[in-house]
Write a protein that binds this ligand. Structure first.
Ligand SMILES: [Zn+2]
Length: 243
């Protein structure tokens, strides 16, 4: 096929644009952030479940503490009432009974207050555990939002890049003879459509041409479209080809 050397050289631009389009399409299919985002979603779910567990544990301690405090309150009121009665009674047997109940209540209050202190300590630890878990969850959420935002920005950048590349490609292709472009497209389906011939080597498959193939290429007119005997791509010859 005949084609002006300048037109053949445009094929190098098309091939370069096609390579960049291919790379951008691949990057769009496999966004690097997607894996991390999924990891963070799983981590967040796990941390959310742990937060519920810790919150429940804290609430249980709170309920228990409230129960103990209420018991202390009841016992103290009872003790106070007993003391008042004791001050009012003149019957020795009643007084004895009241005194022994006051003592029993004092022992009970003492025991309950020990439990109260222990529960207050447990509650403090449980509160701390909830706060820590909430902080870990917030951190994961923030990282998830950041990575996801980066992913969206990267995706938009790729969409913009692809749009620009395709526009550039369209502009170059519009200047190419139809037949030459058709030949390029036919080859580009399976390998590089066109590549620069340089240093005795095909820029498409990077194979050095044999001595006899080189002689054939040298004998091929500049306006004749040459193909690589190895990969079949259009071998574009320029001033840099050293032929
Ligand atoms: Zn080749």
């Amino acid at each position: 096929m005949k084609s002006a050397p300048s037109d053949q050289q445009f094929l190098l631009d098309v091939a370069s644009l096609d390579m960049r389009i291919e790379r951008a399409e691949q990057a769009r299919k496999n966004p690097p952030q997607a894996g991390r985002v999924n990891e963070l979603i799983a981590q967040r779910n796990e941390q959310g479940r742990a937060l519920i567990d810790r919150t429940n544990a804290r609430d249980e301690v709170k309920t228990e503490l409230a129960r103990v405090e209420s018991d202390i309150d009841i016992a103290k009121k009872r003790q106070e009432r007993d003391r008042q009665r004791l001050g009012q009674t003149a019957i020795a047997r009643d007084a004895q009974a009241l005194e022994s109940e006051i003592d029993a209540l004092a022992a009970r209050i003492d025991g309950l207050e020990t439990s109260e202190l222990e529960l207050m300590e447990s509650l403090q630890a449980a509160e701390k555990a909830v706060v820590e878990q909430q902080a870990a969850l917030d951190e994961t959420t923030a990282e998830g939002q950041r990575v996801s935002g980066e992913g969206k920005a990267a995706m938009q950048a790729l969409v913009d890049e692809l749009e620009a590349l395709k526009r550039d490609r369209g502009a170059v292709v519009s200047r190419l003879p139809e037949q030459l472009f058709a030949d390029y497209m036919r080859i580009a389906k399976r390998t590089t459509g066109a590549a620069l011939f340089q240093h005795g080597t095909c820029g498409g498959c990077h194979m050095a041409l044999s001595r006899s193939d080189l002689a054939v290429l040298k004998g091929t007119a500049d306006d004749e479209v040459a193909h690589c005997p190895e990969c079949g791509c259009i071998l574009v010859r320029t001033a840099e080809s050293g032929l």
